[in-house]
Design a protein around this ligand. Sequence first.
Ligand code: SME
Length: 160
Amino acid sequence: MAENLSIAVSTKKEERYEMLLPQIESLVAGEPDAVANLSNIAAALKQTFNFFWVGFYLVKENELVLGPFQGPIACTRIGLGKGVCGTSWKEKRTIIVPNVDEFPGHIACSSDSKSEIVLPAYKNGRVLLVLDVDSDKLNDFDETDALYLERLIKVIESFT
Ligand code: SME
């Protein structure tokens, strides 16, 4: 396993994702433990993009429960249909929130979070977990993030 990520700091978002994804694939190759892999993925995203918060909420007994993450402490449990994460889970879709104050029911774990993207990952057709990425800048996520993070979700689905 590589000990360091190789990411050029000044490159565009697309280029950073293009550099990051193969490194994540090799990082998780051969490691069957999902918590270990999700932990490294959260760290790799945080390190590459310096997002405010990156983490996973895992579906457990009909609730989302906080899993591996990087960033400030966060709410531990989210119900189906609640907040951005619970809505992504319920509606089985990627949600981009340009301004969290304008998302009805947004759960503010930190007032510093301004925009957010949430993507579900599946196992046997059911949502297994959601990936939640928060930024302290407004309008920080777009279709490029959705495209590459959906590719990352496929990698996650390969080991979970
Ligand atoms: N904002 C999320 C809650 C999780 S935190 O942002 C880490 C939501 O509305 O679901």
